[in-house]
Design a protein around this ligand. Structure first.
Ligand code: PAF
Length: 298
């Protein structure tokens, strides 16, 4: 695997069908599942590693965001990536940014409502990665469901030919969705955090039993979080996979997204619910057998 710092070097090394896995580093099995998917479908697999200042609000954790570039490089090499693109700030933003990519409507509710400017930062950096690396396919986790909707819409609106692929959530064995920010949780917070995935699993069960009302499914998702001390619910929302608009009934592909705060950590989870030949099928993701690599000594 080659580690490169410039767009030009990354482009020069790519051949055939190029798959991109954009990341902010501090990788875990969720990211590796994206590399695996890219490896199956592409000739060249490029992982980008860049903690993007544009998507952090002034009171958010940019300075303390976890970083371990050496371990990240080992993990992506072991997963079979060809290129690790780890640009310095001056490569990504060589001049003051006078241009921003802003995706309207789909960024309005949920995370977009609570984190003003966040999705402008995401859409801008992902557009730059698409323009600079020219990937044929790009892989994103379904955990950040509204981000996935935003990136899809940005790519369509700006005529990027890149195919956007969403991959299932990877979870700890007790259900907690993997996130680099999980390392912030102390043991009591970790226990409280489990209530989120309990709600998500309950929603999946309720959908399989035939429940279709948005309000009812949202209450089912919210209940375990609201009953648990030490965790505060931000929202539980049934939203469209195409537009992120909230939905009164499960009548088109949707995700039920939950966001909650535990101490200083915000956690997200969701279940995607897709219409298949056999009806509405919930995708609750996959579970690890043992604790995530996030907790292992380097
Ligand atoms: O999901 C993330 O890690 C980031 O939002 C992304 C897509 C790499 C853009 O910085």
């Amino acid at each position: 695997m080659e580690i490169v710092r410039t767009f030009a070097d990354a482009r020069a090394l790519g051949s055939g069908r190029v798959g991109l896995v954009p990341t902010m580093g501090y990788l875990h099995e969720g990211h590796i599942s994206l590399v695996d998917a890219a490896r199956r479908e592409c000739d060249t697999v490029t992982v980008s590693l860049f903690v993007n200042p544009l998507q952090f609000g002034p009171t958010e954790d940019l300075a303390s965001y976890p970083r371990d570039p050496d371990r990240d490089a080992e993990m992506v090499a072991a997963a079979g990536a060809d290129i690790l693109f780890a640009p310095p700030l001056a490569e990504m933003y060589p001049t003051e940014m006078l241009t921003a990519v802003s995706v309207a409507d789909v960024t309005e509710g949920m995370e977009g409502g609570l984190r003003p400017g966040h999705f402008d930062g995401v859409a801008t950096v992902v557009a730059k990665l698409f323009a600079g690396l020219v990937p044929d396919r790009a892989y994103f986790g379904r955990k950040d469901a509204q981000q996935l909707v935003t990136v899809r819409r940005m790519a369509t609106d700006l005529s990027f030919p890149t195919v956007i692929v969403g991959e299932p959530i990877v979870r700890e064995s007790d259900g907690l969705a993997l996130s680099s920010r999980n390392i912030y949780l102390d043991p009591a917070e970790r226990t409280a955090a489990r209530s989120i995935s309990r709600g998500i699993m309950a929603v999946a069960g309720a959908v399989l039993e035939g429940k279709r009302s948005g309000a009812e499914l949202e209450l089912i998702a919210a209940a375990p979080v609201n009953e648990e001390p030490g965790i505060d619910l931000d929202y539980a929302t049934l939203a469209s996979q195409d537009t992120s608009a909230s939905m009164a009934n499960l009548d088109r592909p949707a995700f039920l997204a939950v966001a909650a705060r535990v101490g200083r950590t915000r956690l997200l989870d969701n279940v995607h619910i897709d219409l298949t030949d056999t009806g509405w099928t919930p995708d609750v993701g996959v579970r690890l057998d043992e604790p995530s690599i996030l907790y292992r000594e380097a």
